[in-house]
Ligand binder design. Structure first.
Ligand code: HGY
Ligand code: MN
Ligand code: MN
Length: 413
């Protein structure tokens, strides 16, 4: 029996239902933020499923969680597949989780079909892909790939001042797993990530499989305006150094400057913070996040300069600064992996189309380590980062069938 035939739609769907209970929200989404209690519950559940199948489970110093199915050559660099189990605060049941569960389903299908592979095959849940609680995102995969330093990431604080190191220690205490010693990172023979598209194209083109060609570039910033707290009733406008007024002038100019004619640039201000946050005190501090994306690094570079010019020219009479948190260049996946995903989808008679990814994924870091690619499946109305996110059992299983066929081929190369 082939690995693809051994994929079980009911088992994969049930595992999604089981995981959706961890951090489940009344609207049917999930709030399972990185290194939260809910995240450790998901880690524990995945590890229990893995141990029940006799797979090895281990973690690393940034908390990436690995499930390993042995190959005939135990020393060969493994082939890996996975994604993330952390979610947005008002996230969906499939973003990230599908990639982890499809990878685990692939291991189970290989096992059920009694398929031997030369290389070991690993399913991985990367730590903190979303980057909504702790910035930057795709943190676990970036540390694994050597793009971010472990010690720097351990010192990152969330919006309430919780230090990542402490949240990680708590998570690993609640969901213990053997720790691979040394810094995160080891050689891989290849990496393929399954994910919902998080966009409307596959659904609107009635296509089951997205053969992902690459991921657009992304940059994140924090803008901070510093003014002077004052009495809301007695302070004339001419005497005010209103930090929120400065932040809104800067933001308004940025929205205008990033409104490109072909609607390709993605510019988002997702979080605003105003201090002291009292209705009758003129704000002394105001900050906001920027998430900016585009397929071209040159365009991102040019827009970053514009953002910096706007901050310098619109802040007065306040002070303001813009700090870049991350910059990830556009990613092109390996043509051999792209062709393999397309060939396996064709062989399984699944409709498929080549497409780029608008969303960021852990694969953008791992693609710099080894031949990598991604497989998309449709999600309802392309909605994601929203509790209404939805997908069908059949599409999830179809993506898993392509995944196990690709992994089996890569693990025998
Ligand atoms: O932001 C992203 O692109 C990913 O969904 N975290
Ligand atoms: Mn994701
Ligand atoms: Mn996401």
């Amino acid at each position: 029996m082939s690995g693809a035939k051994a994929v079980r739609e009911d088992r994969l769907w049930q595992r999604h239902a089981d995981m959706a209970k961890l951090g489940g929200t009344p609207k049917g989404g999930v709030n399972r933020q990185a290194l939260s209690r809910e995240d450790s519950q998901a880690r524990k559940l995945l590890a229990s499923w893995a141990e029940a199948r006799g797979f090895a489970v281990f973690t690393d110093a940034i908390g990436n969680l690995f499930v390993r199915r042995e190959g005939q050559d135990a020393d060969a660099p493994p082939v890996a597949s996975g994604s993330h189990m952390d979610s947005q605060p008002t996230g969906g049941r499939f973003d990230g989780m599908y990639g982890v569960l499809a990878a685990f389903e692939a291991l189970e299908a290989l096992e059920d079909a009694g398929i031997k592979t030369r290389r070991p095959v690993i399913a991985v849940a990367w730590t903190n892909e979303e980057g909504s609680r702790f910035q930057p995102g795709a943190m676990g995969s970036a540390v694994f790939a050597g793009h971010y330093k472990l010690d720097d990431m351990l010192l990152v604080e969330d919006w309430n001042g919780v230090v990542l190191k402490d949240a990680l220690a708590e998570t690993l205490r609640a969901a213990p797993a053997p720790m691979r010693d040394g810094d995160p990172g080891f050689a891989l023979g290849g990496y393929v990530e399954a994910h919902i598209e998080q966009g409307p194209r596959l659904e609107s083109e009635r296509t089951t499989i997205g053969v992902v060609t690459g991921i657009q570039g992304s940059r994140r910033f924090i803008v901070q305006a510093m003014g002077e707290e004052a009495h809301a009733g007695t302070t004339p406008r001419a005497n005010r150094k209103d930090a929120f007024a400065a932040a809104t002038r800067i933001a308004a100019a940025m929205y205008e400057a990033t409104a490109d004619a072909d609607d390709t640039l993605r510019f988002t201000i997702g979080r605003v913070d105003v201090q002291p946050g009292s209705p009758n005190t003129v704000p002394g501090k105001a900050s906001f996040t920027i998430d900016m994306r585009h397929p071209s690094n040159d365009v991102l570079e040019a827009h970053e300069k514009t953002l910096r010019d706007i901050v310098a020219s619109r802040a007065a009479p306040c002070q303001a600064k813009i700090d870049r948190v991350t910059a990830v260049a556009p990613t092109d996946f390996d043509p051999k992996v792209i062709d393999l995903v397309r060939a396996k989808a064709d062989a399984l008679a699944l409709s498929n189309m080549d497409m780029p990814s608008g969303a960021g994924h852990d694969a953008m870091h791992i693609a710099r380590l080894c031949p990598a690619g991604m497989i998309f499946v449709p999600c309802e109305r392309g909605v994601s980062h929203n509790e209404a996110e939805n997908a069908t059992p059949a599409d999830l299983a179809a993506g898993a069938r392509v995944l196990v066929a690709v992994l089996e081929e890569l693990a025998n190369r």
